[in-house]
Write a protein that binds this ligand. Sequence first.
Ligand code: NCD
Ligand code: ZN
Length: 356
Amino acid sequence: MRIEEQDGTPVRLTMTQADDWHLHVRDGAMLAAVLPDTIRRFGRAIIMPNLHPPVTTVAAARDYRRRILACVPAGTAFTPLMTLYLTAATTVADIDEAAASGLITAVKYYPAGQTTNSHHGVADIRECDRVLAALERHDMPLLVHGEVVDADVDVFAREEVFVTRVLAPLLADFPGLRVVMEHITTAAAAAFVRAGPKRLAATITAHHMLLNRNALFDGGIRPHHYCRPLLQGEEDRKALIAAATSGHPRFFLGTDSAPHARFAKENACGCAGIYTAHAALELYAEIFADAGALARLEGFASHFGADFYGLPRNTGTVSLVRDVSAVPQTVSFGTGPGVPFRAGLNLQWRLVETLA
Ligand code: NCD
Ligand code: ZN
């Protein structure tokens, strides 16, 4: 990694090519419209399976992978890492087949009804104990969306309650299961992961480190800041920055970039999901630079995720320069306009396009 400074301020950084360990790219016209933003910045991405219908079989994942690769220009190296969506109908045979296929990197648990396209999710993950045992046996990671579904639990407390009520017993009962707690949002989750075993890791989004929950109600209701799990309070935001910039190898980059058409967000029942793929690395660079920890960005963005998944680190490089640029008010999501994170505002870092 190389950081160039001017008058003691970092102005350019070159590091190992990064990966996105949690990403939604959708399908069809939207896939074609949003994927280039990710390809430009990342070598690999863990592709979330919450399509309609969800990707629950190896055959469906193989087809989806083909549709993704059809959007990758010839001569460009980008590897989609496929996942299966855990449902109550997932069988041990499905997991055996997934492991044997060499095509599936991980299995994703969505708590039923908590987020976009999660109505096929499982209300109580312990209904899937036999499947979890199969994952453990194959050493295939379980990726968890860590929110409990109980209506009596406050919506801002659902992650913290998930950690104690669901995740801690799960890790104890499956002592070999590798788990990634996706898009953590609280100090409690960060502390739990830090104190946890080596087989437990977490991804952290840029938006959860850049905004606290006040951003949901800044002068009025702000649907483009609505995602699940929700933005949290300022102490939690600071704890996430501390975790990400600590150099701890079990915290790594996952954008959870989740495009929704503008009309689906600006709606009486707006969808959860924030689109950050257009500026993902730039936003993380800003966070790390502002924390005085730019030297630790490479580990978080380019090394630790690959190490956890047991994959080789990328060999290419990526460069960013400190340079202010404006984010457009809307971008095309293929089927219509979408509103990107920071719409109408500035980015502090710019990706240096490399010639293929
Ligand atoms: C995601 C989506 O839109 O698919 N939304 C979100 O708010 N993060 C689903 C998810 O990851 O929870
Ligand atoms: Zn997600």
